[in-house]
Each structure stands twice: as C-alpha cells, then as structure tokens.
Design a binder for this molecule. Structure first.
Ligand code: PMP
Length: 362
C-alpha cells in the first residue's frame, strides 16, 4: 500500500514527525517486550512509568531546565491553564500583570479576571496585535504576583524576541505554539505551559512547568485536580493521564534529540521561516501581517490583494496538496504554521506555489 501524505500547514493539532508515526504504528498492537499495546496498560505499570519518566527526562535535557522545576503532563489544554495559573499563583490578594499580545493572551486575561485582580500592563490591541510591545511599553506593577506573556501568538503570527525583565516577579508564559522551537532561558520563568499539539506531540496533553518555590502558593482549598502542588507531588499520576498522548510526546522528544536538540531544530526553523518571509517580501503582491521585528518563526501570516484572491489561493493550494493555509477565522488571510515537525520540502513547495500563483494573478 502506498501512503500519500500531503503538506499539512495546520495550526494545531499539527503535523507530527513521520518517524514518530511510523514507530507508533509499528508498536501499536504490542510494545516490544511487553506484548500489550501502550493504550492497554495501567498508568501505574512499570512500563508506563518508565515511558513517562523518559519523556520528562528527555524534555528536561532538550530544554536545559534547571533542577528546581517540576514538569507535569496534564490534561485540559492550555485553556485550562488560563484558569489554573491564577488559581494557584494569585492567592494572596496581590494583582497579576498580563501583557495583551493577541487573541489567546486576551482569553488568558478573561479567565484570570474570574479569579483575581488582573492588570493589563501592555497591549498591542490598538495595532491589531501586529507586534510585540517594546520594553518601554510594558510597565510592571510593583509587587505583582506574576507577569503573564504569550511567547508566540498563533493567530496573529507574532513572537517575543526578548523577554521582559521582571526582576523578582515570576514570569509566566503560555508557550503553546513555540515551545522547544528555539533557544529559551527557562530559568527566567516561574511557570511555563503549553498544549502539546503543535511542537510536542498530539492534543490532549498539556505540559506545565512550575518552579519549586511557587508550589507553596497552591492552597489546600483548591479543587484537587487544579492544584499544581498535588499534581506535582504525584508526578502527573494523581489520576489517569493521557497515556497514549504521553507516549507520542515521548517519541517526539526522542526525534528532536536525534536532530541535534533545540539548537538543531532552531537552525532549521530559522531557515524555513526565512524562505517564506523572503517570498512574502519579494514583490508586494503578498503582505505580511506582523511587523517585521515581531515576526513569528512558527506561524507565518500574510494577506493577498483581495479576499477573493485569498479564497482562490486557499482552494488551489489545497488542491495542490498544501493543506490548512487558511488564516484563523477571527482574522482572515492566510497562515502557514511551520512547527518543528513541518518539513522544509513543504516550505519549498509553498514558495513555488506562491510564485506561480502571483505569476497567474499578479
Ligand atoms: N494558547 C495558544 C498560544 C494557542 O495557540 C492555543 C491553541 N491554538 C491555546 C492557548 C489553546 O490551547 P488548547 O486548545 O490546548 O486549550
């Protein structure tokens, strides 16, 4: 049987590395040496605990995470973290600072407001979220409980290049759409969370990293399943986790290590995004929606001269095996999501398609 895979530009769930899918397919019915599927074994079995430990150890190695952080693989998506972060960290009446850089940041703010006192300390909403605010535009509240940022804005196609200086105030980040895509000094953060379905594996797993000292903020009155302290103490096994998702995340970590880790993939990501932005900037037919200094390496957003042309572009691209290029419904336009697992050949194919489309319609 010939398997035909097209180029999948989806923003998430997104393309997974082929070697990951192949290994999962090969071992689906019986894990070597186990004789049962990974989906059939207890989450408390030695086999699964070893898989979980390995996945987390590999993540630690790839990220260079210092020892004083806990790594958890939870459920509920990044969206649940919008609530869990304030429920755990906003516990003593102090305000939390949030930087508003896009639709997802905005959602995080709305959820935190249900829990406590939230101040928006910088926003680029007035610019249509086309950029990340400068350091001068982010004014922190003295004594804030934490500062929340969204490292990569999946819908708008912008990405932080320099982290804000927060001093003693813990920096909290939603890194759903760029985790492990390039160098990041994890020691700068108090909490980092990310839905797995873009750069880490399949949907249904959420990576949550919490610095040890912050676990003391989780009060005993929190619902058990919302408590970072309880979940960390139980090594992500307080209840039944997404075992298959964690297995796939583990395989994705192994794949990333085989490419030379974050340094290896970062070079590939810079090259892929560079190819696309060069084509967008080549003539003016395409127009990048993010301001140049804020451009994302993961989600490349652009427009065409008219909405009609955008519709035609999407239709013809899909027919040519370039799937998922339509921008988020809230902003329109086009979006090429090119996470770690997205192949360079797919970017070349899109660039060729863009040239040809412009030749015919420009
Ligand atoms: N934050 C960001 C930056 C995202 O891109 C997304 C999903 N696209 C979310 C949060 C929401 O994630 P989930 O669907 O895992 O709750």
């Amino acid at each position: 049987m010939v398997i035909h895979r097209i180029f999948n530009f989806s923003a998430g769930p997104a393309v997974l590395p082929l070697p990951v899918l192949e290994e999962a397919q090969r071992d689906l019915i019986a894990l070597p040496g186990v004789g049962m599927s990974v989906t059939e074994i207890s989450h408390r079995s030695k086999t699964f605990e070893a898989l979980l430990t390995r996945a987390i150890e590999d993540f630690r190695e790839l990220s260079g995470l210092p020892a004083n952080y806990k790594v958890m693989l939870l459920q509920g998506g990044a969206s649940l973290q919008f609530s869990m972060v304030p429920m755990n960290l906003l516990t003593d009446g102090r305000p939390a600072d949030y930087v508003d850089t896009g639709t997802w940041a905005d959602k995080a703010i709305a959820e935190a407001r249900k829990v406590g006192d939230v101040r928006v300390t910088g926003s680029t909403k007035a610019d249509g979220y086309s950029r990340i605010p400068s350091a001068a535009e982010v004014s922190l509240t003295a004594g804030a409980a934490y500062v929340h940022i969204t490292t990569n804005n999946t819908i708008e196609g912008t990405q932080w290049k320099t982290l804000p200086e927060t001093g003693d105030i813990p920096l909290v980040a939603d890194a759903s759409s760029d985790i492990l895509s390039g160098p990041l000094d994890f020691s700068r953060f108090g909490v980092i969370y990310a839905g797995a379905q873009k750069n880490l594996g399949p949907s249904g797993v959420t990576l949550v990293i919490v610095r040890d000292d912050l676990l003391a903020r989780s009060t005993s009155t929190l619902p058990t399943m919302m408590s970072y302290k309880v979940l960390a103490e139980n090594n992500s096994l307080y209840n039944t986790p997404n075992t298959f998702g964690i297995y796939l995340l583990g395989l994705t970590m192994k794949w990333l290590k085989s490419l030379g880790g974050v340094a290896g993939i970062a070079a590939i990501n810079v090259r892929k995004a560079g190819m696309l932005y060069a084509e967008i900037d080549r003539t003016g037919f395409y127009r990048g929606t993010a301001q140049k200094e804020s451009r994302s390496l993961m989600n490349v957003t652009f427009r065409l001269p008219s909405e009609d042309l955008e519709k035609r572009f999407d239709k013809e691209a899909t027919a040519a095996g370039l799937d998922g290029l339509k921008g988020h419904r809230s902003v329109g336009g086009m979006r090429a999501s090119i996470y770690n697992a997205f192949p360079t050949e797919g970017v070349s194919a899109l660039v060729e398609f863009m040239k040809e489309f412009e030749r015919k319609n420009g």
